[in-house]
Design a protein around this ligand. Structure first.
Ligand code: BGC
Length: 741
């Protein structure tokens, strides 16, 4: 549709019809004939049949046939036959579920992540969807927050790369193309910094920190052309983000130049009443509209109040027109006016979703997201040994996540299933050993929706004793034990903040029991957040971090355990020594009294009972081979105005098998008008080398990479000395210095 036609359509719409475009309901509000039905939630929201029938978008339902039917009936009664927008959370896969976003961050490879997003987009598009609420690009530094699993970690640069990659993968060059859907950058802003790691909690950040570290990943998604941005639930420095005019109008729209549709998070407009910021729903609706929120997700605030607010002269209709125009433009960019069904195709849905090629990518991505945290040489497994797999994740299909709402755990390959394909059965045994959680622990997910277990399966004490003794006997008879342990998938995701970061007690007990009979233990760790691993790290001979690995998890784990794939993942978030360090991140500022572990004395910035450093730092991850990185060479010690310099180092595979290293470049501005982080990631190179092979890795360092938010509020670089590191983790000491003239 031409822009002129869009304008004339807008002019022709009644106020109620326009307002209808501005709220989003769940599909369960409709009956088969697409008539609004007054279900419980609708009554609760105080909206009636007419408002339901007029809504411009729905969330939370997929299926080509169903959505085609839905669209047809909806458009018949929509006064101008404007198509409806279908949105859903396709967070790390539609039917083929990839590893969780935090794990994807661990690949350190935006190209691979873009490919996963492309596949998710195809599967979502043929299933009838037009838009998905992903990527979540919130910077995270606090492992207590359950939603760290949805982010790509603690680093601004890595998050920005991943943000752009996912947007490109989902939307392509043109959302109208087959197999593309609209992406949504969320949650604007700083949702990842809730006080004390408690979900939905207050966010207090200096404007400097917000701008310098938190905003860039949202900006990267906007620069990549994202069509939607979602507001966050939290307050930002005292004002709820959803009604925060400064944040939305000034920062997001004006400064960051976001032209697309701004949608609230689920019920976030009405929640500004509970925040103590809005008087009632009408006041909340006015404030959200004035802040620039175009779509109200799942409250009656807009539906019930916007028309009245215009008619009584409290708000200018122009605000409504601007919002509706943006929504119509989005529908137009998706090509819905010409083809309201877009790519919804029941046949393609059957053949494409979970096809072999998609499973293959899921397997490769999972394997590349695994991080080898420890290995004394026990891995890869020697298949001639007698191996016992012991742990509740040995044969467990719940390895997706709470956010894999379009996936099906029944599709997953377990470790046992995958291992049986390659291990000889007489020398291998498989045992759960314990539950994931104890009988007394109850967790809830999105109940009912996809048959999630709301609590751990009950086991009698006799059964538990039998499970343990069987496992111990198998361990005693085996040469080595592989222990798949970890968090329950319902322990991570939305509303799953934790005050402790251990693996569940019942599993720690199992680990201790097994250790008494066989200390040759390889732990395979499932989790959605960094955990406290001290004891496991001291006792186990190897730890393979596998996150929540998705549909092909079992295959990928066996690929890595057996050495078919050599691990190359790197931690996107620091694993704390203990929860008392949290929030802990590598790119902190120096203090005036930096800790000097080798010097006696108390007046240093340190803990008296634990080290300052996390147990496993950002960027860390081992390989089955070893690499040597030579000293850095700079092509010039001085960067003159308008030029760049090149830092290079030779990377040699010094081990006896081929392997891949994610080589990392870090920079520090040694003195500036505001203090700068002790180091910051600024470049990544993927290097794959055969045993004995060497490759020179070059990083071009431009003046742009040295810029930051200066004391006077401007963005730019300052002349002076800089340090550069090239290495295999954020702890590398391989450095050189140069000056910016
Ligand atoms: C979450 C969003 C999500 C939305 C819609 C909210 O609870 O915070 O991330 O996209 O629900 O399902």
């Amino acid at each position: 549709m031409t822009v002129e036609k869009l304008y004339s359509l807008l002019r022709d719409m009644s106020l109620e019809e326009k307002v209808g475009q501005m709220y989003q309901l769940m599909a369960l509000f409709y009956d088969e004939d697409m008539k609004g039905v007054l279900t419980g939630p609708a009554e609760h929201m105080g909206i009636g049949q007419e408002e339901i029938r007029m809504a411009g978008s729905i969330l939370g339902t997929a299926g080509a046939e169903q959505l085609r039917e839905f669209q047809k009936k909806y458009m018949e009664h929509q006064p101008h036959h404007i198509p409806m927008l279908f949105m859903m959370d396709v967070i790390h896969g539609m039917r083929t579920i990839f590893p969780i976003p935090l794990a994807q961050g661990a690949t350190f490879d935006p190209e691979l992540v873009e490919q996963c997003a492309e596949v998710s987009a195809k599967e979502a598009a043929v299933s009838g969807l037009h838009a998905t609420f992903t990527p979540m690009v919130d910077l995270v530094r606090d492992a207590r927050w359950g939603r760290v699993m949805e982010s790509t970690g603690e680093d601004t640069y890595l998050n920005s790369l991943m943000s752009a990659a996912v947007v490109k993968g989902l939307q392509g060059e043109d959302m109208r193309e087959w197999g593309k859907v609209c992406a949504c950058i969320k949650h604007f802003a700083a949702y990842g910094a809730p006080t004390a790691g408690r979900d939905y909690n207050t966010v207090e950040l200096s404007e400097h920190t917000l701008r310098e570290f938190y905003l860039p990943a949202y900006q990267a998604g906007i620069d990549a052309g994202v069509g939607l941005v979602m507001t966050s639930f939290n307050t930002v420095n005292g004002i709820p983000a959803t009604t925060n005019k400064w944040l939305m109008r000034k920062i997001l729209r004006e400064e960051m130049d976001f032209q697309g549709v701004l949608i609230s998070d689920y019920a976030a407009i009405a929640e500004t009443i509970a925040h103590g910021y809005s008087e009632d729903e009408k006041d909340a609706a006015r404030k959200a509209l004035e802040a620039g929120v175009d779509i109200d997700m799942m409250t009656g605030c807009y539906a019930k109040n916007l028309a009245a607010l215009v008619r009584e002269g409290t708000v200018d209709e122009k605000l409504i027109d601007d919002a509706v125009l943006r929504i119509l433009e989005l529908k137009n960019k998706l090509g819905l006016f010409e083809n309201p069904y877009k790519d919804a195709d029941p046949e393609a849905e059957k053949t494409l979703c979970l096809c072999d090629a998609h499973r293959k990518l899921a397997r490769e991505t999972a394997a590349r997201s695994f991080v080898l945290l420890k290995n004394d040489g026990i891995l890869p497994l020697d298949l001639s040994k007698k191996i016992a797999f012991i742990g509740p994740y040995t044969d467990n299909k719940n390895i997706l996540s709470t956010w894999a709402i379009t996936g099906d755990s029944g599709d997953c390959v377990t470790i046992e299933e995958a291992a049986r394909e390659v291990f000889t059965s007489e020398r291998t045994s498989f045992h759960a050993g314990s539950q994931i959680l104890g009988n007394e622990v109850h967790l809830t997910g999105f109940e009912g929706a996809h048959g999630y277990q709301a609590k751990s399966e009950y086991k009698s004490s006799e059964e538990l004793t039998r499970m343990l003794s069987e496992a111990k006997q198998a361990a005693a008879e085996a040469d080595l034990v592989v222990m798949p342990l970890g968090e329950h998938f319902l322990q991570t995701g939305e509303a799953t903040s934790r005050g402790t970061l251990g693996i569940p007690d019942v599993q720690l007990q199992l680990f201790r029991e097994i250790f008494t009979v066989n200390s040759n233990i390889v732990v395979v760790l499932f989790n959605g957040r960094p955990l406290e691993l001290r004891e496991i790290s001291e006792k186990a001979r190897a730890i393979l971090e596998v996150w929540l690995p998705g549909t092909e998890g079992g295959h990928a784990i066996v690929d890595v355990l057996t050495g078919k794939v050599n691990p190359s993942g790197k931690l996107p978030m620091s694993f704390p020594y203990s929860v008392g360090q949290v929030p802990v991140h590598y790119n902190e500022y120096a203090t005036g009294r930096p800790n000097q572990p080798d010097v006696e004395g108390r007046f240093f910035s340190k803990y008296i009972d634990i080290p300052n450093e996390p147990l496993y730092p950002f960027g860390y991850g081992l390989s089955y081979t070893s690499f040597e990185i030579s000293e850095i060479r700079l092509d010039s010690p001085v960067m003159k105005e308008g030029t760049s310099i090149t830092a290079s180092a030779g990377v040699k595979n010094t081990g006896d098998r081929s392997g891949t290293l994610m080589v990392q470049l870090y920079l520090r501005d040694l003195k500036a008008s505001v203090v700068r982080p002790v180091r910051e990631l600024k470049g990544i190179r993927r290097v794959t080398l055969a045993s004995g092979e060497t490759e020179k890795v070059n990083f071009e360092i431009s003046e742009e990479m040295l810029r930051f938010l200066r004391a006077d509020g401007t963005y730019g670089s300052e002349p002076g000395a800089f340090r550069v590191w090239i290495g295999d983790s954020s702890r590398t000491e391989n450095c050189a210095e140069f000056r910016l003239a």
